[in-house]
Write a protein that binds this ligand. Structure first.
Ligand code: NDP
Length: 339
């Protein structure tokens, strides 16, 4: 059973050498007397930025447990059930949710596993558009941003797992949507495949405030925040009255030993801007409603989903750390096995 182990807590940007692939052993049968367990074959693993928080030891309460050096790490994935003593699962079932970064996992009382019933779409989509990522984009945009037709929407990290969906949801609502990303290839993708009205490479803009003024001469109604830092400061200067900022993530800050400050928050007052953080997990009760909305769009190709797929669990550490330097083009995921 090949497994991905965190070698030591990470300071600064994670490196491949912070992880190790080891070969452990596992019995492909649930031990006698183990209740509520599922033994799964891991098919796909999703490389998510929040995993960076778990690579650091933090004292005090955190949203999720940190990884333990020397132990296998875990995260979102797509699994197939090989054996089960859990009343909700039987051999052969497919599910998405939390699992180990290894070939096989014994998940006892799995904290989060959602059975997959629609299999006429790519199974890997359950690491992205049909999983946690989809709920993030849907809830963050529709619930937190309260969008209205014709509004001006700006999305950062716009071609990524979450961002590419927010842009498409906003277009479906009849909004004007601009995205930023970190390479020409990503900008082309935003404009030519993902339906953004405009897109720009933030790395080539010496003055982000000026760039935003160029793309939003009348200001921004909705900002879907994925990156934080200097970008947030520039956006604040360009918000319209009664604008909304959904704080989904701040990836530019995750690897800094000392996060940058935010300087322009006072803009929120006079402009009556609402800025709200949210966590996908809180919106899982809306997952069935979301599936019902999104599945027809996928089948009619009204929504597309771009994935960046690596083969083999050996590629998992490099795949994960690549997300923090923008190496991924779309949802980064690792194929561990085919079902
Ligand atoms: P992505 O697929 O967008 O991958 C991360 C991208 O972030 C990279 O490709 C890169 O794109 C960009 N990036 C990396 N470093 C920086 C930096 N220093 N400055 C600016 N951009 C950077 O990831 P996700 O779509 O999975 O996640 C997007 C955001 O959403 C993250 O902040 C994440 O933490 C958050 N999130 C929050 C959730 C919640 O429940 N609140 C749930 C899921 C995600 P580029 O080349 O364009 O720079």
């Amino acid at each position: 059973n090949k497994q991905v182990i965190l070698k030591n807590y990470v300071i600064g940007y994670p490196e491949e050498s912070d992880f190790q692939i080891i070969t452990g052993s596992i019995k492909l049968k649930i031990p006698e007397g183990t209740k509520d367990a599922v033994l799964v074959k891991n098919l796909y693993l999703s490389c998510d930025p929040y995993m960076r928080f778990r690579m650091t030891k933090v004292d005090g309460p955190t949203l999720m447990d940190h990884f333990v050096p020397g132990k296998v790490i875990n995260g979102y994935g797509v699994v197939q059930v090989l054996d089960s003593t859990h009343p909700a699962y039987k051999k052969g079932d497919l599910a998405w949710g939390f699992t180990g970064w290894e070939e096989y996992s014994l998940n006892v009382s799995p904290p989060l596993l959602i059975k997959i019933v629609h299999t006429d779409v790519p199974l890997s989509y359950y690491t992205g558009i049909l999983g946690m990522t989809g709920v993030t984009a849907y809830a963050g945009f529709h619930e937190v941003c309260s969008p209205k037709k014709g509004e001006y929407v700006y999305v950062s990290a716009a071609s990524g797992a979450v961002g590419q969906l927010v842009g498409q949801f906003a277009k479906l609502m009849g909004c004007y949507v601009v995205g930023s990303a970190g390479s020409k290839e990503k900008v082309d993708l935003l404009k030519n495949k993902l339906g953004y009205d405009e897109a720009f490479n933030y790395k080539e803009e010496p003055d982000l405030d000026a760039a935003l003024k160029r793309y939003f001469p009348e200001g921004i109604d909705i900002y879907f925040e994925n990156v934080g830092g200097k970008m947030l400061d520039a956006v604040l200067l360009n918000m319209r009255e009664n604008g909304r900022i959904a704080v989904c993530g701040m990836i530019s800050q995750y690897n800094l030993e000392k996060p940058e400050g935010v300087h322009n928050l006072s803009v929120l007052i006079a402009k009556r801007v609402l800025m709200k953080g949210f966590v996908a997990h809180d919106f899982y009760p809306k997952y069935p409603e979301y599936l019902q909305m999104v599945l027809p769009y996928i089948k009619q190709e009204k929504i597309v989903y771009v994935e960046d797929i690596s083969q083999g669990i050996e590629t998992a550490p490099a795949s994960l750390i690549g997300v923090f330097t923008g190496l991924n083009l779309g949802r980064k995921l690792v194929v561990v096995a085919h079902h």
